[in-house]
Design a protein around this ligand. Structure first.
Ligand code: NAP
Length: 317
């Protein structure tokens, strides 16, 4: 029997202050950065809570190594890296960090949309590198205000993106597997029809097997040579080879991408395309939102250990 009867295994740091708050209240086996996580988990046979993140995930082998596990508290709203099907079989519940990040991710989607359309990244480089020698020589860009905005995945983040779209006078439609009753925007059951209709197509659906390459060559062709794709969802949602080809052939107008299929690997052609704006998967990455996310993970762990209930359970897990 190990010396300490751990209550929590912590696979991902929640920041120094939150890690300390958790360690002050509970017996925590801290394993972020540990080089033999699988071996170390044997030290915590009675731990009931695992604290992890969408990046660190929770694999079946980890669940098997923790016979006392009852709850997983994960940082991030996506959960495609947690084996929740297996966890459910074992009676383990899970939480994520919804809502606290919606607005920051929506802000970044809009930053990418505006950048790709108005070429602010190109203009910035043009001015800073001394290319601006006469007024009016910079190429014209694409109007955003009053255009057609298509959203794939009208969930929490999708709705925050749509709210901002109203401010830009946009006509807004969306595609989900099912229509929603809590939005007045038009539901489009066909993704291809939505792409054909849209000037800007913004992806805000989950990653994972169900949405793998949802955006393929025919959808990109439907969006068309003046269309702009924005992806703040997951890189796996877009067939990246098809995206590069569509951009190279001029079949797609541009793209704003926070996420890539094999991140952090960046396809070479995307690096040099002025019609493409890239960010390094930072949708929620502001000081304020990251602090809120970490606090919510810790609050979920505390709530489960003290009341047996999670604050923000993943409903379909
Ligand atoms: P959410 O509230 O669960 O919304 C997801 C939406 O996607 C739902 O409306 C869902 O509707 C729709 N959807 C699911 N599967 C679909 C499919 N196969 N085809 C079309 N629509 C589908 O989730 P959220 O909190 O808004 O987060 C959405 C995603 O954003 C996360 O899963 C994560 O991958 C991504 N994200 C990225 C960042 C970043 O840093 N870039 C940060 C946070 C989140 P139906 O169930 O009716 O289909």
């Amino acid at each position: 029997m190990p010396d300490i009867d751990y209550q929590i295994v912590q696979l991902a740091s929640m920041g120094a202050a939150m890690d300390a708050a958790l360690a002050k209240r509970f017996r925590v086996l801290y394993l972020d950065g540990h080089d033999d996580v699988a071996g170390a988990l044997r030290e915590a046979p009675r731990a009931t809570v695992a604290v992890t993140s969408v990046r660190k995930g929770l694999k079946r082998e980890m669940i098997d190594a923790l016979p006392g596990l009852r709850a997983v508290c994960s940082w991030g709203v996506g959960y495609e890296t947690l084996d929740l099907a297996y966890a459910r079989q074992r009676g383990i519940v899970a939480s994520n960090t919804p809502e606290v990040l919606d607005d920051c991710v929506a802000d970044l989607a809009w930053a990418l949309l505006l950048t790709a359309a108005r070429r602010t990244h190109v203009g910035d480089r043009y001015v800073k590198t001394g290319q601006w020698r006469s007024i009016g020589a910079f190429p014209l860009s694409t109007r955003v205000w009053g255009r057609r905005l298509g959203i794939v995945g009208m969930g929490r983040i999708g709705r925050a993106i749509a709210e901002r779209g109203r401010g830009f006078g946009m006509d807004i439609r969306y595609h989900n597997r099912r229509p929603r009753t809590d939005t007045s925007h038009t539901f489009e059951p066909s993704l291809k029809a939505l792409a054909e209709w849209s000037d800007f197509l913004v992806l805000a659906c989950p990653g994972g097997a169900q949405t793998h390459h949802l955006i393929d060559a025919p959808i990109l062709r439907a969006l068309g040579p003046a269309g702009i794709l924005v992806n703040i969802a997951r890189g796996s949602v877009v067939d990246e080879a098809a995206l590069v080809q569509a951009l190279e052939r001029g079949e797609l107008g541009g793209a704003g991408l926070d996420v890539l299929e094999h991140e952090p690997a960046v396809p070479e052609p995307l690096r040099s395309m002025d019609q493409v704006a890239l960010m390094p998967h930072v949708g929620s990455a502001t000081h304020e939102t990251r602090a809120d996310m970490s606090r919510l993970v810790v609050d979920n762990a505390i709530a489960f250990l003290e009341t047996g209930r999670l604050l923000t359970p993943i409903e379909d897990a």
